[in-house]
Design a protein around this ligand. Structure first.
Ligand SMILES: C[S@@+](CC[C@H](N)C(=O)[O-])C[C@H]1O[C@@H](n2cnc3c(N)ncnc32)[C@H](O)[C@@H]1O
Length: 255
C-alpha cells in the first residue's frame, strides 16, 4: 500500500493524526526533502528506510515505490503542506494507476493556511472578500495567460501567491497593472510555523523593498488584500438578529 501524506507547512505537530499514524507504520518513506521539515521523520520507525526525493526524478521515485510494494512493504510518500497544491502528486498517481498499484491520499495543512495563522487573519471577511485565489507567478513553470496575476487582480479577492517571493518586484508590478492601489496591504510569511518563521508586512508601495531588505526569497507566501487590514462586516452566523438552522434570532435587527 502507498500513502501520500501532506506533512503540513513545517511544524512537525501540524501533520494530521492520520498522516502521523501512517508515517509511524511505514517501512519505506520517500519525502520531499527540499521543503519537508526533516524533523517530521522523528515520527518514523527506527528501522524504516528513508529516501529524500529532492534529487530524484519521477521515474526514480516510482521505481522505489514499485520495488517496495513488490516486497509487500508499506510506503509513505511525504509531501510538504497539502500534496494537491503545487505538489506534483497527480503525475505519480497516474503512473501508479497504470501499474495497478493502490494508494490513498491523506491531506495536509497547506502553507497558505499556516501563513494566515501566522499573521492571525481571516481570508474570507464579510464585506471584504469571500474568495481566496491561490496562484503563482510564472517562472520556469509557465502559468496560462488567462490566469496572469494582472487578470486575477481585477477580482480584488484575497490572494495567496506561492513560489514567487524571489520575483516580488514583478508581483508588485503585475498587481499594480491589474488595479490594486498602492495602499493595498501585503504580508509575506517566510517559513510559516518553522522556528525561523519571519513576517514582513507592508503595502503594495513598500513591500518589495521590505522583502528585499529582509533577504526573503524562498519558502515564503505572499498574501495580498484588504483582509489583512481595515474594516469588515460582522458575520451573520453569529449575529443575534439572524436566524438559521441552529439558532432563532433573539432580537429584531434595527434598520
Ligand atoms: C512547491 S510549493 C509546495 C506547496 C505545498 N504543497 C503547500 O501546500 O504548502 C512550495 C511553495 O510553497 C510555499 N511554502 C511552502 N512551505 C511554506 C511555509 N512554511 N511558509 C510559507 N510558504 C511556504 C512557498 O511559496 C514555496 O515556494
Amino acid at each position: 500500500m502507498v500513502t501520500f501524506i501532506g506533512a503540513g507547512p513545517g511544524d512537525p505537530e501540524l501533520i494530521t493524526v492520520k498522516g502521523q499514524k501512517r508515517l509511524a507504520d511505514a517501512d519505506v518513506v520517500i519525502y520531499a526533502g527540499s521543503l519537508v521539515n526533516p524533523e517530521i521523520l522523528t515520527w518514523c520507525r527506527p528501522e524504516a528506510v528513508i529516501h529524500n526525493s529532492a534529487s530524484l526524478s519521477l521515474e526514480q521515485v516510482i521505481a522505489l515505490i514499485g520495488q517496495a510494494v513488490a516486497e509487500g512493504k508499506k510506503v509513505a510518500r511525504v509531501h510538504t503542506g497539502d500534496p494537491s497544491i503545487y505538489g506534483a502528486i497527480r503525475e505519480q498517481m497516474d503512473v501508479l494507476d497504470e501499474l495497478g498499484i493502490a494508494y490513498e491520499v491523506i491531506p495536509g495543512v497547506s502553507s497558505f493556511l499556516a501563513s494566515a495563522a501566522a499573521v492571525q487573519k481571516e481570508f474570507t471577511l464579510p464585506g471584504v472578500s469571500q474568495t481566496v485565489i491561490i496562484t503563482r507567478l510564472a517562472g520556469r513553470t509557465p502559468v496560462p495567460e488567462r490566469e496572469s496575476l494582472r487578470s486575477l487582480a481585477q477580482h480584488q479577492a484575497s490572494l495567496c501567491i506561492f513560489l514567487s517571493t524571489a520575483m516580488i518586484g514583478e508581483v508588485v508590478a503585475e498587481l499594480r497593472d491589474g488595479g490594486y492601489s498602492e495602499d493595498t496591504p501585503v504580508a509575506v510569511v517566510y517559513k510559516a510555523s518553522w522556528p525561523e518563521q519571519k513576517i514582513v508586512q507592508g503595502t503594495l508601495a513598500d513591500i518589495a523593498d521590505k522583502v528585499q531588505a529582509a533577504k526573503l526569497s524562498r519558502t515564503a507566501m505572499i498574501m495580498v488584500g484588504r483582509f489583512l487590514e481595515g474594516p469588515y462586516e460582522r458575520s451573520l452566523l453569529y449575529d443575534p438578529t439572524f436566524s438559521h438552522g441552529y439558532r432563532q434570532a433573539v432580537e429584531e435587527k434595527k434598520s
